[in-house]
Design a binder for this molecule. Structure first.
Ligand code: NAP
Length: 257
């Protein structure tokens, strides 16, 4: 059985590790022959210069749209696809749904649940980075921008505000005139996030609703300081794709196939 994991997330790496573990030498007894036939390929887009590589086989780079992905599934005799990409990677998820339907390969989406506000949070949900940018001048002047390297052009017009933009690799211009780039990669700690907010005198946080624990401490740190948080809502996922919230559930789905 050949499983394709569309990755670029912690969960995708965890899933690849769990499956590699099952095909490893510790598998013995009656099921060994069956389990050893498992082949797992993880796919990365190639956005990050030095990605954290999943265990097992990895391919890097786009497929060439839904048609390219469908051809790849056919050529590589893929039996199941798990779309474990980031909730904001909407294009690849749509392509996966289209390609899997075309070649009749079962597809599962592995999506970490959205973050949920708790008492004390001052969240401002918005539908896009552009909407986030439009709201910022009404909320503050020293912005901690944690939406990643892509799409920062939406904020480039806001010359009067200071931005601390955090990303794994350096963002490309256009950027707002007053931008300081902070190159860093999660997971982040609560103490670390408190220090960032304090040292840069941040008065507004901007985040995508990425979900998960690795980048959640910034929300706690903002709550403690009573800061407003602009939360960009997730794009709509493709219709009709079964979805699970965690790796054990994805393993359960695979076991049923
Ligand atoms: P996207 O906009 O949904 O996809 C754009 C194109 O990138 C796709 O059409 C596809 O190219 C290629 N692609 C995306 N993910 C791929 C994968 N796992 N394997 C092979 N090709 C892939 O994606 P994105 O938002 O730029 O995200 C790119 C990657 O970064 C994803 O793997 C995602 O999990 C990860 N990531 C994204 C975010 C975010 O905020 N968007 C955050 C953290 C991690 P072709 O059409 O040529 O196949």
């Amino acid at each position: 059985m050949h499983i394709l994991i569309l990755g670029g997330t912690t969960e995708a790496r965890e899933l690849a590790a769990a499956l590699a573990d099952r095909t490893g030498p510790r598998v013995t007894g009656a099921t060994a022959g069956r389990v050893a036939q498992l082949r797992v390929t993880s796919s990365l887009a190639g956005r990050v210069a030095q990605p954290r590589l999943p265990e097992g086989d990895v391919r890097v780079g786009g497929f060439g749209g839904a048609a390219g992905l469908a051809a790849w599934l056919r050529d590589e005799a893929v039996d199941a696809v798990i779309d474990a990409t980031h909730p904001f990677a909407g294009t690849i998820s749509r392509n996966a749904a289209e390609a899997a339907a075309e070649v009749h390969v079962p597809l599962l989406a592995l999506r970490r649940p959205s973050w949920v506000p708790v008492p004390g949070d001052r969240w401002h949900p918005v539908g896009s980075l552009d909407a986030a940018a439009a709201l910022l001048p009404t909320l503050g002047s020293r912005i901690f921008l944690t939406t990643g390297r892509q799409g920062l052009a939406a904020f480039a017009v806001l010359d009067g505000l200071f931005f601390l933009a955090r990303s794994v690799d350096a963002p490309e211009p256009p950027l707002p005139r007053q931008t300081e780039v902070l190159l860093d990669r999660g997971p982040f700690t609560l103490d670390g996030e408190r220090a960032v907010l304090r040292e840069h005198r941040i008065d507004v946080l901007v985040t995508k609703d990425s979900g998960g624990a690795a980048t959640a401490p910034k929300l706690t740190a903002a709550r403690e300081l009573g800061l407003p948080v602009v939360v960009v809502r997730r794009p709509e996922p493709p219709v009709g794709v079964p979805t699970v919230p965690n790796v054990p559930s994805a393993l359960g789905w695979l076991a049923q196939l």
